[in-house]
Design a protein around this ligand. Structure first.
Ligand code: 1GP
Length: 252
């Protein structure tokens, strides 16, 4: 429970946690070291590594490299059971609870569980709620499931509560990487107020202001990925971290 407890402690001390998603397909070795140093200096709390679709197939060596570059927690955000690797600290053990596709609710997990045990990874059981965001996202397409309609916060809230009652430790409200529109504040509020476990919000968050709105709506972890793949946006990482760390900024 080391990484999960680290996240809970971060939430308790800073108000919320800020995780950056690293996509092995998007970062070359040179940019990766600079990017990770920049993230560490800017107040990022940890890294998610993974994606719904991996084209280049060098996931394991990418993780090994990330491990040498940071002491922050590295959490696998698996798009498939092939992304279970040793060099991470933990893995989001994701069940796509918004869908009704058995493979993504339990099937892939049966394949992944023995490897997670073998590699001594910390599984963090996560109820993953894919939310409609304007266009069909990779996460939505690859999961082969219908997303929750974006204007139906009550469906997301009931789904999140069911995930919590099934014992899941986190609820991830996912608009999809590069989504046109992030999950609405209303939906974040509905899920956060209805559930007791921390709510992660990701997908289409392209400004510190939007990140802050999600925190003010009750999110406890913010994930950004796509927006920071453009080097011109790296200067905003500290602003993102400050926007998320609401307790620290209020204390100043
Ligand atoms: C995707 O929630 C993450 O699974 C991050 O989304 O890449 O749009 O920031 P972005």
């Amino acid at each position: 429970m080391k990484t999960y407890n680290y996240l809970l402690n971060t939430i308790s001390q800073k108000g919320a946690a800020y995780l950056v998603l690293l996509d092995p397909d998007k970062l070359n070795d040179n940019d990766l070291s600079r990017f990770i140093v920049h993230c560490e200096h800017s107040g990022v709390d940890g890294f998610l590594v993974g994606g719904s679709l991996m084209i280049n197939g060098h996931f394991e060596s990418f993780l090994d490299k990330v491990k040498t570059l940071t002491s922050l927690p590295i959490i696998i955000f698996p798009g498939s059971e092939n992304q279970v690797c040793q060099s991470a600290d933990a893995i989001l053990f994701i069940s796509v609870v918004s869908g009704r596709n058995a493979e993504h609710l339990i099937g892939k997990h049966v394949l992944a569980a023995p490897l997670i045990k073998k590699y001594n990874l910390e599984p963090i059981s996560t109820g993953y709620i894919i939310v409609e965001s304007g266009t069909i996202t990779t996460a939505e397409y690859m999961s082969g499931s219908l997303p929750v309609p974006r204007n139906k916060p009550e469906i997301a809230a009931a789904t999140g509560l069911a995930a919590e009652y099934l014992g899941m430790k986190l609820i991830y409200l996912e608009a999809g990487s590069g989504a046109d529109k992030p999950v609405t504040n209303e939906m974040v509020k509905a899920v956060s107020s209805y559930c007791s476990v921390p709510v992660i919000v990701g997908g289409g968050i392209r400004s510190p202001q939007i990140a802050r709105e999600k925190i003010e709506s009750g999110a406890k972890i913010i994930v950004t990925g796509n927006f920071l793949e453009d080097i011109n946006n790296w200067g905003l990482i500290k602003e993102f971290a400050d926007a998320v760390h609401v307790k620290l900024t209020l204390a100043v």
